[in-house]
Write a protein that binds this ligand. Structure first.
Ligand code: SAH
Length: 241
């Protein structure tokens, strides 16, 4: 069986014959780690123009060049689902971003809630995780990871056309169902280890575009809750149907 081709995200226009310049890190990966030589073929995508077969034209330590040959898959966008989550410990936050990209979130928004411990995030690192997840899962879309923003401010400027599915730990044990909810633009909201504060619950409970949801009879860690809520949404209202 032929070996699966390497998939590479390139922030570069893709068209037949188009030369594609590699960054030093990409060149290191392709030529030093994977030992590709001139003529080897890889798959490239830029998040906008589908997936393309490309061949190695020039090998160099500092960079090198590919040439795009032909499109192998059309561009596919995930449903209009955002993930809002309160960042937790580094490895678990990385996990949340990686899984959100795999599960088909269109945008990832870290939010600072009353009980969020993290003061800042490394947006560039998290974005790199989203790119790696897209490369690995066969996707042609890379969700944007936004910078950390206070939840209160995100809610102040919220477009009410986008509904929020609030994973509400106080509904523990209720049926975890999205029955009766309509497809459309949504955002899933997951709290931190400490859950949501009383003022946050009052505010979220009063917003007409917020729907609280249970994630079953057990308290899930925030990283598990993010995966569970995205799965529930995708299966009920998203592109798993
Ligand atoms: N410390 C809190 C739990 C926080 S769990 C407590 O003891 O109540 C972290 C986040 O995951 C929660 O804020 C919520 O968004 C989500 N979550 C975890 N388990 C859940 C459940 N069974 N139902 C709904 N949301 C849940």
């Amino acid at each position: 069986m032929a070996q699966a081709k390497i998939r590479l995200y390139l922030d570069h226009p893709l068209a037949a014959g188009q030369p594609l310049l590699l960054s030093q890190a990409q060149a290191h990966y392709l030529f030093a780690v994977m030992r590709l030589a001139a003529g080897a073929q890889v798959l490239a995508f830029n998040g906008r123009q589908g997936e393309w077969l490309a061949e190695v034209v020039q090998v160099s330590k500092r960079g090198g060049t590919l040439r795009a040959l032909a499109q192998t898959a059309p561009q596919r966008a995930p449903p209009d689902l955002w993930l809002m989550f309160a960042p937790i410990k580094k490895a678990r936050t990385d996990f949340i971003v990686e899984k959100a990209a795999e599960l088909g979130a269109a945008r990832i928004l870290p939010v600072q809630t009353d009980f969020t411990n993290a003061e800042r995030i490394r947006q560039d690192r998290l974005q790199a995780h989203a790119i790696e997840a897209a490369e690995q899962c066969g996707g042609t879309f890379v969700p944007e990871v936004a910078d950390l923003a206070p939840l209160a401010r995100s809610l102040d400027g919220w477009n009410p056309a986008r509904q929020i599915l609030w994973a509400d730990e106080s509904r523990l044990g209720a049926a975890a169902t999205l029955a009766g909810l309509a497809a459309g633009p949504w955002a899933v909201l997951i709290g931190p280890e400490g859950g949501f504060s009383a003022p946050e619950r009052i505010r979220l409970g009063a917003l007409p575009f917020v729907t609280p949801v249970s994630l079953g009879p057990r308290i899930l860690r925030a990283d598990t809750a993010a995966v569970a809520a995205l799965t529930l949404w995708q299966a009920s209202l998203g592109d798993w149907r």
